[in-house]
Design a protein around this ligand. Structure first.
Ligand code: SF4
Length: 387
């Protein structure tokens, strides 16, 4: 059975506040019955507070609305994010005074307050889940949609998968991409040829392995799978293989299942703001120009349906190619537009497939527009009086 995803479009007919995205967020919160569900709950609002001088994370106007709805319903809200982003979040407009509730590092100020969850996966034994997530009794997962250099897309799943774990687990999740062997040194004993392979990559994505003299290391984040290196590498020495690229998305699905597993099914809801979608994630500490048009805001109790709906909606638009940094390239126009930029093996839908397989939700959804734009009607523009 399909899940319901509520949607507020970025489009509006009239120049009135009621048709803008914060007002549509209110309608989505009503549809999700957030106020009715949080009485007496300790509610963790997981968002990405960004870092450094980034300004495309979720505007405090949206967060404050959710915080207020939680308070209205008798819940106790707290915003949480990873320690180093929370530390200076006030510089980007996120303070308790503005948001209306405390802002905490997810695993405490020293990143050491976590609960270990055993789930062996490609070098990871224990997943260190932030203590604030496990201690909370209700989850509001409020994510920002954007591109991502490791997996093509960052949205609702990514917000929990990386953002709820302590630093060592986040690091180990990235390391899983190197678990399956892709470099076979016996097939390339010549150091000069190894240097040619390194030189063939215009993105510096393949480098000398610091721990192994005859080793090469692939920075998967920087690789768009153009195949230039494969033309230089001796047969069998190098693989640009789906398993290394998809592993991170499977790790994200496992991590999300651990986070969500600490909440009863009806004690979690998910919102995603699909505006100002940049090529890479909000961790980078800056905001580059959007590469996709603004789509709107989405909400659902089903995290899988939510990310699927967001991906489908943004996938209807081609990339705004003039906004792509010139150090990146579009070398294919097949599949989702985010794959045009990050490469076909960074298929953004993989994470929804893995999450569905783990029983976190369904990719089948019904989209309900909370305020459809009814055709085109001319209306008077009501100017704000100077007095
Ligand atoms: S496939 Fe292309 S981007 Fe990836 S390492 Fe090889 S040359 Fe670099």
């Amino acid at each position: 059975m399909p899940s319901t995803v509520y949607f507020g479009s970025a489009h509006q007919a009239k120049l009135v506040a009621e048709e803008t995205l914060p007002a549509k967020l209110d309608l989505i919160l009503e549809q999700l019955h957030l106020r009715d569900r949080v009485k007496g709950e300790l509610v963790v609002l997981k968002m990405h507070t960004g870092s450094n001088i980034g300004y495309s994370t979720i505007h405090p106007v949206f967060i404050r609305k959710v915080v207020q709805a939680i308070k209205d319903g008798g819940g106790e809200p707290m915003v949480a994010d990873i320690d180093w982003d929370v530390q200076h979040s006030y510089a980007r407009g996120y303070s308790p005074e503005v948001l209306g509730c405390p802002i905490f590092p997810i695993a405490g100020p020293s990143d050491k307050y976590y609960y270990a969850h055993k789930h062996p996966y490609k070098g990871i034994e224990d997943w260190k889940l932030g203590g604030l997530i496990q201690d909370a009794t209700f989850l509001v997962n409020f994510s920002h949609a954007k591109g991502h250099p490791t997996c093509g897309y960052g949205g609702a799943v990514k917000n929990l998968a990386l953002g709820c774990m302590s630093g060592p687990t986040r690091s180990a999740m990235h390391d899983t991409m190197h678990y399956d062997q892709y470099w076979f040194p016996a097939k390339c004993p010549d150091a000069a040829v190894r240097q040619q392979i390194i030189d063939s990559c215009p993105f510096g994505a393949i480098v000398q392995d610091k721990r192994q003299a005859d080793g090469l290391h692939l920075h998967i984040e920087g690789c768009n799978q153009c195949g230039r290196c494969l033309k230089v590498a001796p047969a069998g020495s190098l693989k640009i293989d789906p398993v290394n690229f998809h592993t991170f998305q499977e790790a994200c699905a496992i991590s999300t299942s651990i986070s969500m597993g600490t909440f009863a099914k009806e004690k979690a809801t998910h919102i995603c703001l699909a505006t100002f979608m940049t090529p890479v994630c909000d961790c980078f500490g800056f905001t580059s120009m959007p590469i996709l048009p603004d789509v709107g805001i989405f909400g659902s109790d089903d995290i899988v349906a939510l990310d699927q709906a967001v991906l489908d909606a943004i996938g209807k638009h081609p990339l705004i190619e003039e906004n792509i940094p010139t150090s990146m390239e579009v070398h294919t126009r097949q599949g989702h537009p985010l794959s045009w930029l990050h490469g076909p093996l960074k298929d953004p839908y993989k994470v929804t497939e893995y999450c569905e397989a783990l029983g976190l939700g369904t990719r089948q959804y019904e989209l309900v527009d909370v305020l459809p734009v009814e055709g085109f009607t001319r209306t008077e523009v009501t100017y704000i009086s100077a007095s």
